[in-house]
Design a protein around this ligand. Structure first.
Ligand SMILES: NC(=O)c1ccc[n+]([C@@H]2O[C@H](COP(=O)([O-])OP(=O)(O)OC[C@H]3O[C@@H](n4cnc5c(N)ncnc54)[C@H](OP(=O)(O)O)[C@@H]3O)[C@@H](O)[C@H]2O)c1
Length: 244
């Protein structure tokens, strides 16, 4: 994390007009991950039944809203205290992962998006429709092997590896501008307390995004430039929940 960073222009886009910089900063990493997982990898279509596991964190709160924008019926799993948040973001059904097993009881999904990353394909396989897709977020030898082994056949296991793309950032910014996408911010930390921000993320119970505010933001940097500030993903590497 830093106040200044260079980035290729193909990784950048204008931030949503009329929105606070903290809100814009919450979008690129988590929003792009959810968009690329659901639209590009799972190819969610209207009417699809989608389960978002670990839906109340940074990626999950975008995933709920993007799945609804794509026309899906959305079931979420989260802690009991986060169910209200998931429903407020548009989930059709919000389950407490400690009380209910979303993958038993006869539910069938076209897509399971394992945002939290602790599911096994063997656990969700019988709850996936024919041709269904299980999308993981956590790269591991197992997720890579599963992707290779399920390239043909059904269900498919896939891994999302987010790519910084201007076109996706422009789409996300437009959704934020017109009120169809609401970035959820759990907490904002000053840059001097970045270590506390990471410690907070490491509790794995942030609800929405954790944002780090720089001095440039405190000076209202974005308001003084025509067209606002730019936002983007770093070209290499990512960290859970941290807004770059
Ligand atoms: N592959 C990629 O390109 C890519 C990109 C971005 C992120 N990621 C990865 O995606 C994962 C999620 O990122 P994130 O930013 O959404 O994380 P996060 O915001 O830290 O996730 C926190 C959420 O996880 C939920 N959670 C905690 N324990 C759980 C459990 N046992 N079962 C289900 N949910 C549980 C919490 O829900 P409650 O508080 O309600 O319990 C909390 O809302 C991370 O591993 C991150 O590294 C991958």
């Amino acid at each position: 994390m830093a106040e200044y960073v260079t980035a290729p222009t193909r990784h950048l886009a204008a931030m949503p007009r009329g929105r606070p910089l903290e809100e814009a900063a919450a979008v690129p990493l988590a929003g792009s991950t959810a968009l690329q997982a659901l639209r590009d990898i799972a190819r969610v279509r209207p009417g699809d039944r989608v389960c978002i596991h670990g839906a109340s964190g940074g990626v999950g709160t975008f995933a709920i809203q993007i799945a609804k924008l794509l026309g899906a019926h959305v079931t979420t799993t989260s802690g009991a205290a986060s169910r209200t948040l998931c429903l407020a973001l548009g989930a059709d059904e919000a389950l407490d992962y400690a009380a209910t097993d979303a993958f038993s009881g006869g539910r069938v999904f076209r897509v399971v998006f394992d945002v939290f990353g602790n599911l096994l394909l063997s656990r969700v396989r019988h709850a996936l429709a024919t041709g269904g897709v299980y999308v993981a977020t956590v790269p591991s030898p197992r997720s890579l092997l599963l992707t290779a082994l399920t390239l043909v056949g059904s269900p498919h296991a896939r891994l999302v590896i987010v790519r910084p793309r201007t076109a996706d950032l422009v789409s996300l910014a437009r959704f934020v501008e017109d009120g169809r996408l609401h970035p959820q911010i759990d907490r904002v930390f000053p840059l001097a307390e970045a270590a506390d921000a990471v410690r907070h993320l490491e509790t794995w119970h942030a609800h929405g995004k954790v944002v780090v505010r720089t001095r440039a933001q405190l000076r209202g940097w974005s308001e003084r430039r025509p067209g606002g500030a730019v936002q983007g993903l770093r070209g290499r590497g990512w960290h859970p929940g941290v807004s770059w």
